[in-house]
Design a protein around this ligand. Structure first.
Ligand code: E4P
Length: 220
C-alpha cells in the first residue's frame, strides 16, 4: 500500500519525507489556502521535496479552462498528477489529459457509479472521500470495498484506488484490509499510526533495565 500525505505545508512535507515512508503528496484548494504561497511555485517545491506523484487540483469547473489549467500544472514537473473534480466536465478533462499522457486524479468521489466513470475516463487515481461519507452517516469503507471489488473484475482497469478524507489510523487499517492501492494521510494521522501506549510503557521499562546493566553497545 502506498502512503501519500495530504497537505500543502512544505515544512511538514519535508519533515515527513525524511522518514522514507512517503510515496507521494495530495493537495487541494482548501489545503493550499491553509498553507499560503503562490500555487505553481508551491507545487514545484513539493515536487522537488517528494519524487513520487504530487496531486495538484485545477480551480475552474468548465472543461475548456480545466484543460488549460491541467496542461499548465502538468508542465510544472514530471511527477505532477492533475486533480479534477468528479463532474461531467471534470471527467471530460480527465479523458483529454489522460489520452495526452498526463496522469489524472479524479477527486470528490462519493459513489461506486462515479468511480466506474472515472476508470472509463482513464483516471490514474480515483479519490473516494471516506471521512466525509462517514460524517453524513454513510459508510466510507463500504464504498472502498465496492470500488476495489468492481475494479478487480476488469483487468484492463489501471485506475488506482486512493483512499482520501482519512480521519484516523483505523481508516488506514480498513483500507489495507480491502486492498486499496493508496491512502492519503493528514500528517497528524501518520504520526498517530506510530503510537501505542504499550509501546511507550514497554520502551520505558527496557530503557530503565538497560541502564541498570551498566553497559553501552557501542563500546563493545
Ligand atoms: C485529498 O485528496 C482530499 O482532498 C482530502 O483527503 C480531503 O480530506 P478532508 O475531507 O479531510 O478535507
Amino acid at each position: 500500500m502506498k502512503f501519500f500525505i495530504d497537505t500543502a505545508d512544505l515544512a511538514e512535507i519535508r519533515d515527513l519525507a525524511a522518514t522514507g515512508l512517503v510515496d507521494g503528496v495530495t493537495t487541494n484548494p482548501s489545503l493550499v489556502l491553509k498553507s499560503g504561497g503562490k500555487f505553481v511555485d508551491l507545487v514545484a517545491e513539493i515536487c522537488r521535496a517528494v519524487p513520487g506523484p504530487v496531486s495538484a487540483e485545477v480551480a475552474a469547473t468548465d472543461f475548456a479552462t480545466m484543460l488549460k489549467e491541467g496542461q499548465r500544472l502538468a508542465k510544472i514537473a514530471p511527477n505532477v498528477v492533475v486533480k479534477v473534480p468528479l463532474t461531467q466536465d471534470g471527467l471530460k478533462t480527465c479523458k483529454a489529459l489522460s489520452d495526452a499522457g498526463t496522469k489524472v486524479n479524479v477527486t470528490l468521489c462519493f459513489s461506486a457509479a462515479q468511480a466506474i466513470l472515472a476508470a472509463k475516463a482513464g483516471a490514474a487515481y480515483i479519490s473516494p472521500f471516506v471521512g466525509r461519507l462517514d460524517d453524513v452517516g454513510s459508510s466510507g469503507m463500504d464504498l472502498i470495498a465496492d470500488i476495489v471489488d468492481i475494479y478487480s473484475n476488469y483487468p484492463a482497469i489501471h485506475t488506482e484506488v486512493l483512499v482520501a478524507s482519512i480521519r484516523n489510523p483505523m481508516h488506514v487499517v480498513e483500507a489495507a484490509k480491502l486492498g486499496a492501492d493508496v491512502v492519503t494521510l493528514p500528517p497528524s494521522v501518520l504520526k498517530q499510526m506510530y503510537s501505542h501506549p504499550l509501546t511507550d510503557k514497554g520502551l520505558a521499562a527496557f530503557v530503565s533495565d538497560w541502564a541498570k546493566t551498566g553497559q553501552t553497545i557501542l563500546d563493545q
